[in-house]
Every structure is written in C-alpha cells, then in structure tokens.
Design a protein around this ligand. Structure first.
Ligand SMILES: [Zn+2]
Length: 427
C-alpha cells in the first residue's frame, strides 16, 4: 500500500463514527517518564522516546535525546513505559461468556481488542484458530492496528496415523500458520496420549515446512521425548516432577523456549471459592457480571472443590510448575510469558497480569518477568521489530502510573496502551 492510500485510510479512520483516533502518522515524543526498555537494561529515569510514523526513532535520557520541534509532546512525568506485552500462548475467538463454540470474526476482533486494552499487544494463538482468524492475521496492517497483533496455529492437530499426520501438517502449513500445535498429554490418565510415531512424523513434516512445532505436554518424560523428536516450543510447564540437567541442556542447546502458563493451573481450581481478583476493579471493568455470577454459584464451587483433577493441579501441579520455573530461569533457559488464556474463565488480558505476579511468586525478579513478557517472548516467537523499546522497533508501549520494578502488580496501574504509535481506545 502506498503512502497516498495510507493517508486516505487515515482520514477515513479518524472521521469514522467511533470517534477514536486510529492512526497518528507523524512524530510523537513521550517526555519525562521512566523507561524500561524490555532488554533487561537498567531503567532510564526522566527519559524521552520519540516515535515517527509508528516506529521508535530515538530513545534515551532527556539530557541527550533531542525532541524534534514538530513533535506532539506527551508528558509522562512520573509514569513508567514498558514495551507492549506479548503472550506467547493464548487462544482467541471460541468463547463467549463461559461457553465455547462462538468462533467468528467479530468475536476474534473483540477479544483482540480486550487483550490490547490490558496492554497485551501481541498474542500467539496456539490452537483452535479458524478461517476468520487466519484472515485477520493476514490482513493486519502492522502500522494501522488498534487491537492486539495476532499469530495463529490453526487447529490443534490430532491425527491417528502417520499418513494423516503429514497431511494435517501440510494443510496448516499451506495457510502459513505461525506455529503447528499438538497435545501429548493423557489428562491425568483420563484420555489417550498421542503416540511417539505420530508426533515424530508431525515434527519431521513441520521441520520440512519451516514452521515451529509447539507442544502441550504435562510430564518431564513427554517434554523430553517431544524435544528429542524435534519440538521447538514447550507450551506449558513441566508439572509432574522436577526438571533435570538433561532437560535443561537440551532446551538450551536447541534454543527452545518454555512457556509456563501458571494461570492455566490456577484456573482449574481458583473458582472453588470466590477469587480475590473478583474485587479488583482492573478485573471487573471488563468482565460481564453474569459470568461472575455463574462462577459464584455454590454448586459450581463445590464441584471444583470435590474435583480430584482440580485439587491435583492445585496441590501438586502448580507448586511443581513454580519450582521448575525458578530452576529453568536460573539455568538460563528462555522463558516466554504465556497464559493459555482464552478458554472459559481464563480471562484474556487480566490473566496476563496475574501470570506476571505468579512468575515473581515463583522466584523470578520483576525485571526478568518483564523481559520474559517482552523481548524474550518476541525472540521466542520470531517477531522482528517488537518486544523492546529500541530504535527501529514498532511503538508498542504500555504506560503505567506506577513502577513495576518496585512491585510487579504495578503493571495493573495501566494508564495508556499504544500500538504502532496509535493509542488503543479505552473501550
Ligand atoms: Zn493452550
């Protein structure tokens, strides 16, 4: 698209009935804030970040970062800038209220808007993606976008023969899926697990097509076996036993990333009683009261309390996942923040902030957690020009009222979200 056409679209966008400014070609200077650039570098106090036509053109301390005279100045004194958050494992489009099966274009776009309002500016949807999701991924203009950027994997593949496996991978690859996604898990003994010859065929075919393979697994044994077969991304924590050196070495030598999804475990049991976040305005402002009422029903809570799987995830799987996260992070494995949000009662946007808190509870530092949700996640997803506030990258930035290095829950003090230099409408 040439610039003239872009300008035409810009006019259209600004004059449309929503009243929201969708795009802001031109120069913007964010002046006076604390800048955490996402790379792990120390925060810059009293910083300046200059964005031109959606990309960062200058960033540094106010002393030595000139502000172009024509720039629109945005005073962010006392506030903190972090890169837009990247969720390396989410899902979009299926759920409405607490019910699945509502996949359509409107629902995908609504949920991408929801993620964006929470500061999650990129979502890697790891499965259950349908035609409309691919279309939205294909048509998203990196510059004129007011919802979270979307990556898609297509259906979670579950072939029953090697031949079916190869056909399935090629079907998804022909649509240029960003990831191939499989599950190797017997759900605590309740379902059949994918056989090694099947996932080996899937891994071989994914490799041939140059598409990374993301694996949902539960046990260390399955995580190791799928890694040996060629898996490129571990989509959940190891939850049955402590990780060992062999696993750590394999992840590091093959540069494979690990997505903890601690809030996935949380979601299995947290509604056994009223969750504390039900009184958090940052949660309630986006949640349908009818959904909260359903989750408060005493019979539903009792079912969760009495559910052996839920109690296993609570008392065994989650504590093990948190211990393993600390071990892997300390060992230098790349941890990509991911939540598995999107299925019913895993609240998109809010759960990413809960996840950051749980990662700190597991023993990571707030700085490590911010890196995990920004530059490391971008690296793990193969995203260029995203994930850090550096010259040349898209101006995907979250402006916070409070400093998340002092307390990670300060990511909830969200003031504004910008994607490619466009402010995300607050509703
Ligand atoms: Zn998932």
């Amino acid at each position: 698209m040439n610039l003239v056409t872009r300008a035409g679209l810009l006019t259209l966008a600004i004059s449309c009935a929503t009243g929201a400014a969708h795009a802001d070609l031109g120069t913007i200077a964010f002046v006076g804030g604390r800048i955490i650039d996402g790379t792990g570098a120390p925060a810059i106090e009293n910083g300046v970040m200059v964005s031109m036509d959606g990309k960062i053109v200058a960033i540094g301390s106010a002393n030595n970062t000139p502000i172009p005279p024509d720039a629109q100045r945005i005073d962010v004194t006392g506030k903190t800038l972090i890169p837009g958050l990247i969720n390396s494992h989410g899902h979009v489009g299926q759920v409405l209220g607490l019910e699945s099966g509502h996949y359509d274009r409107g629902n995908v776009l609504r949920q991408l808007g929801l993620y964006a309002r929470y500061g999650v500016t990129t979502v890697n949807s790891l499965g259950d993606d349908e035609y409309e999701g691919f279309a939205i991924r294909n048509e998203q203009d990196p510059l004129f976008i007011d919802h979270a950027r979307l990556m898609v994997a297509g259906p979670v593949l579950a072939p029953e023969t090697v031949e079916q496996a190869r056909i399935a991978v090629n079907g998804v690859a022909d649509q240029s899926a960003n990831f191939i996604k499989i599950r190797v898990d017997d759900n605590l003994g309740r379902t059949a697990k994918m056989a090694p010859e099947i996932y080996t065929a899937i891994a071989e075919e994914s490799e041939k097509r140059g598409i990374p393979l993301a694996v949902h697994s539960y046990s260390l044994e399955d995580a190791k076996a799928t890694l040996a077969a060629g898996a490129d991304f571990i989509a959940h924590s190891v939850r049955d036993t402590e990780v060992d050196q062999a696993f750590i070495q394999e992840l590091k030598s093959r540069d494979v990333c690990y997505s903890p999804t601690l809030t996935r475990e949380l979601s299995t049991f947290v509604y056994e009683s009223e969750p504390s976040f039900f009184s958090d305005p940052f949660f309630t402002k986006e949640v349908d009261p009818a959904v909260m009422a359903s989750l408060r029903e005493p019979e539903r809570q009792a079912r969760m309390r009495d559910n052996a799987s839920a109690q296993h995830y609570k008392n065994n799987a989650l504590p093990m996942a948190m211990r393993n996260l600390k071990s892997l992070s300390d060992a230098g494995v790349k941890i990509a923040m991911g939540t598995d949000s999107g299925p019913a009662a895993r609240f998109q946007g809010y759960f990413e902030h809960l996840e950051l808190g749980m990662m700190v509870d597991a023993g990571m530092t707030p700085m490590q957690v911010i890196q995990s949700a920004t530059s490391v996640a971008a690296d793990c997803l193969g995203l260029d020009f995203l994930g850090s506030l550096e010259v040349g990258n898209w101006t995907d930035v979250v402006i916070l009222d409070k400093n998340p290095l002092e307390d990670i829950s300060n990511t909830k003090s969200l003031n504004q979200v910008w994607i490619a230099g466009n402010i995300v409408p607050s509703e």
